[in-house]
Each structure stands twice: as C-alpha cells, then as structure tokens.
Design a protein around this ligand. Sequence first.
Ligand code: RIB
Length: 314
Amino acid sequence: MRLVVIGSLNVDYIASVKRLPGPGETVAATGLIRRFGGKGANQAVAAARQGASVSMIACVGNDDAGRSYCSRLRAEGINAAGVTATNRAMTGTALIAVDQAAENSIIVAAGANGELTPAAIRAQEDQIRSASMLLLQFEIPMPTVIEAVRIANKASIPVALNPSPLRDGFPWGKWELDTLIANAGEAQAIFGLPVERLPKTLARWQKTLVRRRISRLIITRGAQSTLCLSAADYLEIPTLKVKPVDTVGAGDAFAGAFAAHRAGGSEVLDAIRYANCAGAMATLKAGAQEAIPNRKLTERSLLTKGQRPPRPNA
Ligand code: RIB
C-alpha cells in the first residue's frame, strides 16, 4: 500500500505579527522562524506520520536548503528517490505572516518547484503506476499536474487532488478524480455553487460532480464540520475543537492523513475522522509540519475527544 505525493517543497520563513499588514503598510514582527514547508512535502509528512509508505516526486534547488530538505524527508521515512535537484532555480521559498488570531497570509516564490516538468513525471512513471493512490496539489506547474493525472488514470490509480493554491488551467471533466479535497472558497470557485447552501442544493452539486468525473468532494471548513459529497451520499463529519496557534499547513495535514488512510484501505468516513483530527492538531504549534501528529497521537486525541475511534485498516 503505497502513496505517491507529487508537489512542492518550500523553506518557510514565518513572521509572527500582531496583525497582518494592509497594502503599502509595514508592520513589525514579534518573532521569525525558518521551517520546512510546501504543500506537497507537508502532505507527504502528514501521510508518513500516519504510517503510510510514502514516495515523493518533487524538485529542489542544487543548494543547501534542497539537500537538507531531502535529508529531512528521509528522516521522516519518505522515499525521496524521485526528488531531483536543479541548477536553474533555488529551492522554493514561502514568506508567511501569522497574526495573533492564527490567521496567515503567504507569498510563495516557486523557485525549483517551477522546474518540475512533465518529463520528470514521465521518468517516474513506474512509481506512479505501482501506487495505491496519487496525491497532488496546485503548487507545481499545471502541465506537470495534468501529466501525472493522465498517467494515473491510464493505470487506474486513484487520484486525490487538493487544488491549492487555486488557479486556472486544470481541465475539469477531462480526467477522473477519486477525491477532490478543497476548502470552502476553492469548492465554491470550482463548482460555481455556494457552500453555505448545502445540503439544500445537493442535487446541483452532485450533477456537477458527475459531469466533472469527480467521485467524491471533501470540503474542509476550518473549525466547522467537514462535508463529503458523492453522487450517492452526503456526510457532515464534526472536527476537533482546538485553540489554534498557527493554521499554516492545517489543510495539508488533513489531505495527507486522508490519503494515507485511503491508500491503506480505510473507509472514507474513517479516513475523514483521522484527517479532521490531524488537521486540527496541526494548528497547535507554529510551523506547517511541527504539530502534524503521528497515528498514535491522532488516535489518542480522537478517543479523549469522545469520537468513535476509526476501525483498524482492512
Ligand atoms: O499550505 C501551507 C504551505 O503553503 C506552507 O508550508 C507554504 O510553504 C505554502 O506552500
């Protein structure tokens, strides 16, 4: 049971601020830390900590940051053989501000992530074809995302897509997606339907799901319950109540944990329970990967919060 994650690796510079700056405004930071980040790597780490066997396909710069990131992935038990190094750009960088309410704003300089080409994906075709699931985001070039989905579809490998950060260019409906994991804003933009009117407008969402060849849509809503829609079902799954310190990477912790449990054979509902818990716990420390829980901590937290513990994987 192997999960392949294709996506970005960034070095995150995280400044704590009293409030996020407005246009043209300078604010003083009360602290600055440097941490490993990037949506792809955050999701790979979240999946590995849930016990999945994870392989990552990505691109770093031929620099110290890139080398230390590869060591970091290996220390997390992630197969980094598919991570290449380029001389054309430096390792991706994210400039992040987090305010006192744990809200954030992020600027990403793609750097080497922008050098992950469709040819690099084709070079790893065997890895994708032998995976139990492929997990992708939108922080790498769109032709690369599309090539990976094409290869997975051809080999009948289920694809989980987290369309973040949302941008144009994905040919919705051309390829089959097993699961689309979106936040409320992303889901609304992709489907052109208001999330807050669910479940009243369920039939319209379901029609669009079928037309776009998406088997399941998961909508994460921060502290509110997670929604899960398919052509046949509609579920609302409560999340853990926590006091967040830093919400950077919470969505990544959700996506990685969900994919790990699905790749391991769990039912959708159980995978969402784990993912809700991982996403909430990831907000408890500064830094995208610092508070992502392992499987044991996730299960302990599910139990103490009185949620039914998911059944062990089949
Ligand atoms: O989703 C959080 C991530 O977005 C950060 O780690 C940052 O690198 C940006 O890619």
